[in-house]
Design a protein around this ligand. Structure first.
Ligand code: ADP
Ligand code: 5GP
Length: 190
């Protein structure tokens, strides 16, 4: 079973692309991360994230339950639970992740031989800010944090196996389908 990691600065469109990939490939399942940030409107516990208190998160860190975890934004922790990945592998699924740049590099290091990393790049930082604003999910402070981190994250694009520029969504979907289909197809022959 393989890992497909989709990473990018916030607002690039990785959640949109991951959802599309999940609807295209039946043998792919989403790794639900743990986070201490509050749920956005419409987000469901256990589906989008395992929402937890900082105390609960710290307990998991202490117990070594995370494959990787990060303080992605100040006082906002995110992590991949080992139990989540094992659960999906038991179901016979390849696992797809939506995680930040540092988490993606750490996870790839843990499973170097069976991981495809995809970096989703916005056409420009201006477009990225516009998309984040239009999503209306963030406070002004949170928007600023995300945009400030984006430049830094963009500088990592070349560390990933594939870069998809998300300008026209349909084209980004097609490229994502092609690379993931090829990777899963290739790996299933092994
Ligand atoms: P991320 O998960 O990387 O933070 P999202 O998938 O939530 O990003 O996308 C950010 C916002 O931009 C969403 O409102 C989404 O609908 C929109 N969006 C995504 N891709 C495109 C695109 N190619 N063109 C225009 N808007 C897009
Ligand atoms: P958001 O708050 O927009 O859902 O996510 C913020 C950032 O945290 C995104 O870059 C997202 O990919 C990242 N993220 C989500 N889950 C994880 C995780 O389990 N580990 C790490 N390292 N980053 C994560």
């Amino acid at each position: 079973m393989k890992l497909i990691i989709v990473t990018a600065p916030s607002g690039s469109g990785k959640t949109t692309i991951v959802k599309h990939l999940l609807s295209t490939f039946d043998n792919l399942a989403f790794s639900v991360s743990a986070t201490t940030r509050p749920p956005r409107k419409g987000e469901v516990h256990g589906k989008d994230y395992y929402f937890m208190s900082p105390e609960e998160f710290r307990e998991h860190v202490k117990n070594g339950d995370f494959l990787e975890w990060e303080e992605v934004y100040e006082n906002q922790y995110y992590g991949t639970l080992r139990s989540e990945v094992e659960r999906l592998w038991k179901e016979g699924k390849h696992v797809i992740f939506d995680i930040d740049v540092q988490g993606a590099l750490n996870l790839k290091e843990a499973f170097p031989d069976k991981t495809l990393t995809i970096f989703v790049k916005p056409p420009s930082t201006k477009v990225l800010s516009e998309r984040l604003r239009r999503r209306k999910s963030e406070s002004e402070e949170s928007l600023k944090k995300r945009i400030a981190k984006a430049e830094f994250e963009l500088s990592f694009a070349n560390n990933f196996d594939v870069v998809i520029v998300n300008d026209k969504l349909e084209e980004a979907f097609q490229k994502a389908d092609a690379v993931v289909g090829k990777y899963i197809g290739e790996t299933e022959k092994n």
